[in-house]
Design a protein around this ligand. Structure first.
Ligand code: ATP
Ligand code: LTN
Length: 334
């Protein structure tokens, strides 16, 4: 039987996921998982680049594992694990650091945005974030990386580093391709539709969390920022309405044009309610399933343990190959 190609992606347990993370990433993971040997990680080490309350980080890690499972990631078919459980990630990151230049990292949009947002904590990890992400991907000889549009620049760096390493030391890494879904790859904030929806937004009305109940979801959509004319069309000059159309069409799996047609001549109030209901229909069953899974921590620990064992076997093949290529003497074992 022909071996399946490798797919890798990760999400940070930096808070409760939003529908942006779901529509932009997680939903596609589920759709793609059986066509590939899929490997999904909790990027817990990445999370440390922004100040975390240790107890919250632990809690969010369990929450995110349960959410992955509730969204249909099958831990037997796919590999699901925590980045910090497989030390090959940081080992490869070190090697990649030696072929990456500060200028490549300081011009990253995410680094600039997060430096502004966390002025009191512009740490080395924040700048080095994309190198660790490149290590995550390249360790598994990944061919496909499903991500939201905001991560495109980071994926580009992973490709550049793979090519650079291969040129310098000989063919070692597969050069990965990104997969950015057509619909929902960039969900914007409900209160500031020029900004991407983010789980770390201080204003809770800006995002819909995967923990929000139906009433909260409807209330947040009612308050969503729109504009003063009354046309439900997708247009650059109407970021609020365009975002709601994006969310609606992604939830219903229809095109933006189909969504525009459905709401032709309708009032904003009715439209917002329908978007809220469409989102709640997706979020509610996932939230309930996640709660059910969270009640059994032992099961979650077991899933992460098995995932780490399986991931490690693949990852160390690459690390050993890389260490050899760069000239490190292999350790002798008894
Ligand atoms: P943080 O706000 O803590 O930096 P985040 O929510 O931006 O986190 P991650 O957890 O690192 O991001 O992202 C997980 C996945 O969700 C990535 O593939 C990312 O591209 C995607 N994603 C994040 N925000 C959005 C969004 N607003 N729209 C679509 N996809 C998104
Ligand atoms: N930086 C990513 C999370 C992430 C990731 C990865 C995504 C860490 N490592 C490897 C894809 C592949 C983000 O979404 N912010």
């Amino acid at each position: 039987m022909e071996e399946k190609k490798i797919l890798f992606s990760a999400i940070q347990p930096s808070g409760i996921l939003t529908i942006g993370n779901y529509l932009g990433a997680l939903r596609n993971f589920k759709k793609l998982q059986s066509d590939y040997q899929s490997i999904f990680s909790l990027a817990d080490l990445h999370t440390l680049t922004v100040k975390q309350e240790p107890a919250n980080l632990r809690k969010n890690t369990y929450e995110l594992t349960a959410l992955y499972l509730a969204c249909g990631i099958d831990p037997n078919e796919s590999i699901l694990f925590a980045q910090s459980h497989v030390s090959a990630h940081t080992e490869l990151a070190w090697i990649l650091n030696t072929i990456c230049y500060p200028g490549e990292l300081s011009r990253m949009t995410q680094f600039k945005d997060k430096s502004k947002k966390h002025e009191d904590n512009i740490n080395m990890g924040l700048m080095d974030y994309p190198v660790l992400m490149a290590a995550d991907i390249l360790l598994y000889q990944t061919e496909l990386v499903p991500i939201g549009a905001d991560q495109k620049q980071h994926l580009e760096l992973a490709r550049d580093l793979a090519i650079r390493f291969n040129n310098r030391y000989g063919e070692t890494f597969k050069v990965p391709e990104g997969y950015i879904g057509k619909n929902g790859a960039r969900v914007m904030s409900l209160t500031e539709p020029e900004k991407k929806m983010s789980k770390s937004d201080a204003n809770e009305n800006g995002f819909i969390s995967m923990n929000d109940d139906k009433d909260t979801i409807i209330r947040k959509f009612k308050r969503a920022v729109t504009d003063s004319d009354n046309k439900i069309v997708f247009d650059e000059s109407k970021p609020g309405i365009s975002n709601l159309l994006t969310i609606y069409s992604a939830c219903k799996d229809i095109t933006i044009e189909q969504a525009e047609k459905e709401f032709e001549g309708k009032m904003y109030g009715e439209f917002k309610l329908k978007v809220g209901e469409a989102v709640a229909d997706i979020v509610e069953p996932i939230r309930l399933e996640k709660e059910r899974l969270l009640a059994n921590k032992d099961y979650i620990d077991e899933v992460l343990k098995n995932g780490a064992e399986r991931a490690e076997r693949i990852a160390y093949k690459t690390v050993n190959k890389v260490y050899k290529k760069v000239g490190l003497v292999p350790r002798k074992w008894n």
